[in-house]
Design a protein around this ligand. Structure first.
Ligand SMILES: [Zn+2]
Length: 458
């Protein structure tokens, strides 16, 4: 008998969704891991015959898929979003009252609160199977996000803080935002040093705020900077009729048409929201090969579907790289994203399969991050960022349609083990690197400080 090849870890008896090009699945599969890399994926028998390892994880028939990649989350606002009080204004718009709380709480964030917020977010992410996250440049000090990543082990892509040089319809008075063209353009690319270390879990891209808050000059300078560094260029765009029409007025045409004309669009563009796209804006999106971050729970929360038909099912059919981002956890969490996207499509008599939605939340995110050579699918040569689910919940049974049951019904409840770079960060549903109670205590302390600074009672 041939000698077996040594590896560090075997995941066996797994229902594997690889999310590779052919969407290969193994109902009884195994993965061999050496160091931080996947060395083989295939049928359990074949892998077990070829590889031996000191450690193995028995997935007991549970679903195994790549770690989710959340392409839009404001780590700094994680606790802010959750601390906004809600009230019934008897039919009156609570918007201004909510916006006031937002501004006050954001302005109450200093280094320790930003770290605490990122730490709580990291815990939430990992326990939901999210292994990577992109921050849209709304961190005041990206190093606070890097510290949380170092503490818990998740991947994060950060950007230069708060680059904006005009005032859009929705932005509030953020004390520490860099407003002004010269300062904003000068601030571009200051975080890119992080990409020198290819193995670092903290990386950098280029973001401007978007949604009416920046000039053509700043946007083009940012895109050029991203092109030179071969990183994504990210911004918010056309979230609601409000900001889309604001752009219509200042450009004298629809924004995506304008962006195509000034040469802004390209494959490394990652535009977030894009709920409001008019017919003449669809071709520029498709032709440029840009990526869209669909934030299903955000679009639902803000009622986007009441004013426009959700464009994502048809853009998906036309081959646009659509990925998923939670934005801020207010009334929903990471486990709700695939479920909500599925229902939003259904609600408009469209259909996107749970498997396609899983691709949006994994490999499509990796493509938008320009890291699909290393992340986003379970294939030999890629990093071992892996989610192992259990079947210990009634929603998982019977095991027919396991993919739909797990992703839509069980959501994040069945996330059992999570690996990043082959390192087990969540085991049996519990964090391995840090005591979860310590994370909650840090968050609670920070919340008290923020409420006090913001002048909010209690
Ligand atoms: Zn956002």
């Amino acid at each position: 008998m041939a000698k077996k090849t040594a590896c560090d870890l075997l995941i066996r008896n797994a229902h594997i969704l690889t999310c590779d090009k052919k969407n290969t699945a193994y109902t009884d599969g195994a993965i061999a891991i050496r160091g931080r890399d996947i060395v083989a994926v295939g049928p359990d028998k074949a892998i077990a015959a070829k590889y031996e390892a000191a450690r193995s994880i028995d997935a007991r028939g549970g679903l195994v898929h790549p770690g989710f990649i959340d392409m839009h989350y404001h780590l700094t606002f994680h606790m802010v979003g959750k601390m906004i009080a809600e009230a019934d204004f008897g039919g009156e718009d609570p918007g201004p009252w909510v916006a006031d709380q937002y501004t006050r709480l954001i302005n109450a964030v200093e280094d320790e609160e930003e770290y605490a917020s990122s730490l709580l977010l990291g815990l939430d992410m990992l326990k939901s199977g999210v292994t990577s996250v992109m921050d849209p440049g709304s961190a005041f000090e990206p190093e606070n996000l890097a510290r949380a990543s170092d503490a818990l082990g998740f991947r994060v892509s950060v950007a230069d803080p708060w680059l904006l040089d005009e005032k859009g319809p929705q932005i509030s008075d953020i004390r520490r935002a860099t407003v002004g063209r010269k300062a904003a353009i000068k601030g571009l690319g200051k975080q890119l040093w992080r990409n020198k270390d290819k193995d670092s879990r903290v990386r950098a891209h280029i973001s401007v705020y978007g949604m009416g808050n920046d000039s053509d000059e700043l946007r083009l300078a940012a895109k050029a900077c991203a092109d030179r560094a071969k990183v994504p260029f990210n911004m918010h765009q056309s979230q609601s009729v409000d900001d889309a029409e604001f752009d219509d007025r200042r450009f004298g045409r629809h924004p995506l048409v304008h962006f195509e004309d000034i040469g802004l669009l390209g494959k490394n563009c990652v535009f977030v929201h894009m709920n409001v796209l008019r017919p003449d804006e669809l071709d520029p999106v498709v032709d440029s090969g840009l990526s869209i971050v669909w934030s299903p729970t955000n679009s639902w929360y803000y009622g986007a579907r009441q004013t426009v038909k959700t464009p994502f099912p048809s853009l998906h059919k036309r081959g646009v790289n659509i990925c998923i981002g939670l934005d801020v956890s207010k009334a929903a969490s990471f486990g709700d994203q695939i479920y909500t996207a599925y229902l939003l499509a259904r609600d408009q008599n469209e259909y996107i399969s749970p498997t396609d939605l899983l691709r949006m939340y994994t490999i499509n995110g990796a493509k938008a991050l320009m890291m699909d050579k290393t992340l986003g699918s379970l294939e030999a040569g890629k990093r071992a960022d892996i989610v192992i689910r259990n079947n210990d919940t009634p929603e998982a049974w019977p095991r027919h349609n396991a993919v739909r049951h797990q992703l839509l019904l069980a959501k994040s409840r069945t996330v059992d083990t999570v690996l990043v770079d082959g390192e087990v960060l969540v085991k049996g549903g519990r964090l391995t690197r840090m005591d979860e109670g310590a994370v909650y205590e840090t968050a609670d302390q920070a919340a008290r400080v923020m409420r006090k600074r913001a002048g909010l009672r209690g």
